[in-house]
Design a protein around this ligand. Structure first.
Ligand code: GDP
Ligand code: ZN
Length: 279
């Protein structure tokens, strides 16, 4: 626990105390009272259970590399917007071929709405703009699938944490990552990063169909998209404003195709989660 005067002390909180990393508390006579949260970031586990990951975050860093799954960035941007965090994208491994093409493609899609950074954690290059962004009073967390280099990035940004790199989590080989302690690290250049092993390993951020339909990058800037149906999935519904904007070429056909692919994926994920509930 860090006090406002900079002092630090280790306190034990019970697992079910309701406190998570990032919480602000007032201490009176050894009793912790939690202050209202500005934001809450949650994740869904494989069985559909929802867990609070961290409180009072400002930004969500979406880490990708050339081998990242398609749709991940869009999915994570939606998750960030749902949690009212500002998303930004870090393209790691820019020392490897093919990364600049990936960066250019992302730039074309997201420039103006989502900050983008290209770095190489191995070569320690490209970090200045990212550090500057983080220093603007930002508290964030990184998401990204296993192996994109999140541990490596954290090691460069906060050298004192010294995470083991390349420790790909394996759910069948449970003995290894038994620690689920989340920690908040102050970056030397300013800003803070939360490291939550469970969340790092979890990788993908789960979203619902409704969240996708509202927050998909490229739809939101048309403000209140006035579809006839409030729960419109923008697929075949009559009176869909998104379909009209695609027909008018205001929304790129390619972006719409990607949306439809993601919609199928999210629908399948939700159906699977529901069938597990029934078992
Ligand atoms: P995590 O699972 O997302 O935490 O990824 P790690 O940080 O453990 O890195 C996974 C693998 O990618 C390791 O073998 C790293 O050495 C490698 N890696 C990380 N960053 C870079 C980079 O910038 N360039 C290259 N070529 N490899 C990297
Ligand atoms: Zn619609």
């Amino acid at each position: 626990m860090a006090f406002e005067n900079g002092r630090r002390r280790v306190v034990r909180v019970k697992r079910n105390s309701g406190h998570v990393v990032g919480d602000n508390v007032v201490v009176t006579g050894g009793v912790l009272q939690r202050m209202p949260r500005r934001t809450e970031l949650r994740r869904r586990d494989g069985r559909g259970g929802v867990h609070l990951v961290a409180a009072n975050l400002d930004v969500l860093g979406i880490v990708i590399a050339h081998q990242s799954p398609a749709g991940f960035v869009d999915r994570a941007i939606v998750a960030a917007r749902v949690a009212e965090l500002q998303p930004f994208v870090v393209v790691n491994k820019s020392d490897l071929p093919g990364t600049s093409e990936l960066f250019d493609m992302l730039n074309e899609i997201y420039s103006g709405s989502v900050p983008l950074f290209a770095v190489s954690a191995v070569n320690r290059t490209g970090f200045e703009p990212l550090q500057k962004f983080m220093s603007q009073g930002c508290r964030g967390v990184f998401v990204g699938s296993s192996g994109v280099g999140k541990s490596s990035l954290l090691n460069v940004l906060c050298p004192e944490i010294d995470l083991r790199v390349g420790e790909v989590s394996d759910y069948k080989n449970q003995g290894r990552h038994t620690t689920t302690v989340s920690t908040l690290h102050a970056l030397s250049g300013g800003g803070e990063l939360v490291d939550t092993p469970g969340f790092r390993d979890f990788g993908l951020v789960d979203i619902t169909v409704e969240e996708l339909a509202i927050h998909y990058p490229g739809f939101e800037e048309h403000g209140e998209i006035a579809c006839r149906f409030r729960n419109c999935r923008h697929r075949t519904e009559p009176g869909c404003a998104v379909i009209r904007l695609v027909e008018e070429s205001v929304i790129q056909a390619e972006r719409y195709e990607t949306y439809l692919d993601l919609l199928v994926e999210v629908e399948a994920g939700q159906a699977e989660a529901r069938s597990k509930d029934w078992r």
